[in-house]
Design a protein around this ligand. Structure first.
Ligand SMILES: [Zn+2]
Ligand SMILES: [Zn+2]
Length: 202
């Protein structure tokens, strides 16, 4: 019997835990005392900022490479390839999913869930919802917060969320998000809007 699919699954599950552990403990709890943490806090200060892909690739190749060599000695080359394959596929998926939560509109239940879950972490409760691809480890470590109406500050709001005419969340996302703007009325009443014409963000 081949254990290959099990090893690939174990690799994927290991990434899932690493995603939580890196983000919460190495990213947030470390408070900028390592390069990853500094990059991550920069992403929080400006949601439109992402560490350069070349830097991420270099780090990933170094970390996965060293771990894979050690693993090859422990469990054999072929077994290591299956495990590292599962881990690496999930890692790349995480990078794409995280980037897209900020840059692309949701298309189905899963992408709607990832955005709401991640935006609670970014904009309302940074100590909660550290998982990006799943809520599993947030539930295990009691850092899961179910998203309600998520308030996204105007300067962080992704383009896909904002109605350019009003500066508010587009109608199709109004049940999930509210764009908060400092010192302004949030949603003018229809009567005011009609009298004053469309309100543009400045
Ligand atoms: Zn974070
Ligand atoms: Zn993010």
């Amino acid at each position: 019997m081949s254990y290959s699919p099990l090893l690939a699954f174990a690799g994927a599950a290991t990434w899932s835990f690493a995603e939580y552990a890196l983000h919460n403990w190495y990213g947030h709890v470390a408070k900028g005392r390592n390069a990853f943490s500094r990059e991550h806090l920069a992403h929080h200060a400006d949601s439109h900022y992402f560490a350069a892909t070349s830097k991420k690739v270099r780090t990933a190749v170094a970390v996965i490479g060293i771990a894979s060599v050690a693993l090859a000695f422990a469990i054999g080359l072929i077994n290591m390839l299956w495990f590292s394959g599962g881990f690496s596929v999930m890692y790349v998926a995480y990078e794409l999913i995280h980037r897209r939560t900020h840059t692309h509109a949701p298309r189905g239940w899963y992408s709607r869930w990832t955005r709401r879950h991640h935006f609670v972490h970014h904009y309302t409760s940074p100590k909660m919802n550290h998982g990006v691809t799943s809520p599993l480890w947030d539930i295990v470590f009691r850092t899961y917060e179910k998203p309600g109406l998520v308030r996204v500050p105007e300067k962080h709001a992704p383009a896909w969320l904002v109605d350019p005419e009003t500066g508010d969340a587009k109608a199709e996302y109004a049940d999930d998000y509210e764009v908060s703007r400092r010192g302004r009325r949030r949603r003018p009443t229809p009567a005011v809007t009609e009298a004053a014409g469309p309100i543009h963000a400045t």
